[in-house]
Design a protein around this ligand. Structure first.
Ligand code: HEM
Length: 87
């Protein structure tokens, strides 16, 4: 696969996962805390937390791949600003 296509795809995946993290994070934050397993929102909050946790793993993975795909750009800039020596 061409690198520019791979970069576009991983950026779209990362954006979708970020929106998922935002929605599940804000919802888990706003829903009432406590109440115990008998309360109506308890299961919903636990479900949101599970989606948030799995999303965190997938989002971290996509950011790792994103950085790898931009490796050349990152190295060029580290050299430009004297943080990496030319070989
Ligand atoms: C984008 C906006 C985000 C918001 C508003 C948000 C909000 C929250 C909130 C409110 C909690 C506490 C949930 C609870 O215990 O009820 C939480 C937990 C957590 N967040 Fe986020 N979060 C965001 C993004 C992220 C991202 C990008 C990551 C990692 C890639 C992340 C990883 C985690 C993890 C690992 C936990 C602990 C999960 C648990 O133990 O239940 N969050 N977040």
């Amino acid at each position: 696969m061409e690198t520019s296509v791979a970069r576009w795809r991983i950026n779209v995946v990362a954006f979708v996962l970020f929106v998922l993290m935002l929605i599940t994070g804000v919802a888990a934050w706003l829903l009432p805390h406590g109440g115990g397993p008998a309360s109506a929102v308890y299961g919903l909050r636990q479900g949101l937390r599970t989606v948030h946790q799995v999303g965190a793993l997938l989002f971290s993975l996509t950011i790792g791949i994103h950085l790898l795909l931009h490796g050349r750009y990152i190295r060029q800039n580290l050299k430009k600003f004297g943080l990496l020596k030319d070989r």
